[in-house]
Design a protein around this ligand. Structure first.
Ligand code: GLP
Length: 259
């Protein structure tokens, strides 16, 4: 079962996850961090840059979940740009060691397999940060995504395009296709940490944590993983049946049990 931690707000969630990641990087300088984009993980990165000040992060490796297909990599909202701006630069990571799937149309037929190979070469992802879309997607695995899927091209739902239009000048500008790690790829990471804040995420979170396992709600795939931490605020937790139990378990967590 996922460990569900209900925090007062996104800043507290960001602190908790950043502290966890910073501890792991301090004990393993070659840590492989799985990176998510979207608004949700930003408090994690902001806190992490403070916690890692003075720590040698030159060997930390990173893999982003996804990228838009056909977007100019120099566009400020390409995930390559977002990861550079929000993660690589503030944390002082080596850009050569931080990977984002290649969304250029030219190489798109082989980009998925190439990305899988580079994750494998790095020895796999130690901890994968995840947000969740209102359609229940993780990465860009929209409803219907196979639990066995690997990195490949997907078509975005119109809902996701509308959700992400706030990052672009107009809805028309939001790409229709993406390349994303598959659910099978994500499930190979050794620890999944999913964050969600706000009541807009409550239904998706309930489906992911407590709903039936179904490709119709791709984030429910996290129930197949043996090590999952879900960090959410009260609003995102509002539709969970067993919220009281999660609070009880966390309040009584033994010191020896790490997050
Ligand atoms: C985006 C990303 C996901 C992200 C999700 C939620 O489209 N591809 O990785 O988790 O949608 O985004 P946000 O955190 O901005 O709500």
């Amino acid at each position: 079962m996922a460990e569900v931690v209900i925090v007062p707000d996104s800043a507290a969630g960001g602190r908790l996850v950043a502290e966890l990641i910073s501890r792991r990087i301090r004990t393993n300088p070659q840590f492989v961090l799985g990176l998510a984009t979207g608004s949700t993980p930003m408090p994690v990165y902001q806190r992490l840059s403070a916690l890692l000040a003075g720590v040698d992060v030159s060997s930390v490796r990173g893999f982003a979940l996804d990228e838009y297909v056909g977007i100019d990599p120099a566009h400020s909202e390409s995930y390559r740009s977002v990861i550079r701006r929000e993660v690589v630069e503030p944390l002082g990571l080596d850009p050569e060691l931080i990977h984002v799937p290649d969304g250029s149309v030219d190489g798109i037929r082989t980009a998925g397999a190439d990305y899988e190979a580079s994750i494998e070469e790095a020895g796999g992802v130690d901890l994968q940060i995840l947000g969740i879309g209102t359609t229940g997607h993780i990465g860009f695995n929209e409803p219907g995504s196979s639990f066995a899927s690997l990195t490949r091209v997907k078509t975005l739902t119109e809902q996701t395009r509308r959700d992400n239009a706030r990052f672009f000048d107009s809805l028309e500008e939001v790409p229709r296709h993406c390349i994303t790690q598959g659910l099978g790829t994500i499930l190979r990471a050794r620890h999944l940490v999913m964050l969600a804040f706000g009541d807009g995420k409550a239904a998706a979170v309930a489906g992911a944590v407590e709903g039936p396992l179904t490709a119709s709600l791709p984030a429910s795939a996290i129930q197949l993983h043996e090590r999952v931490t879900v960090v959410i605020d009260e609003a995102a937790a509002s539709r969970l049946r067993f919220a009281d139990y999660y609070r009880h378990a966390y309040a009584n967590k033994p010191d020896w049990q790490e997050l």
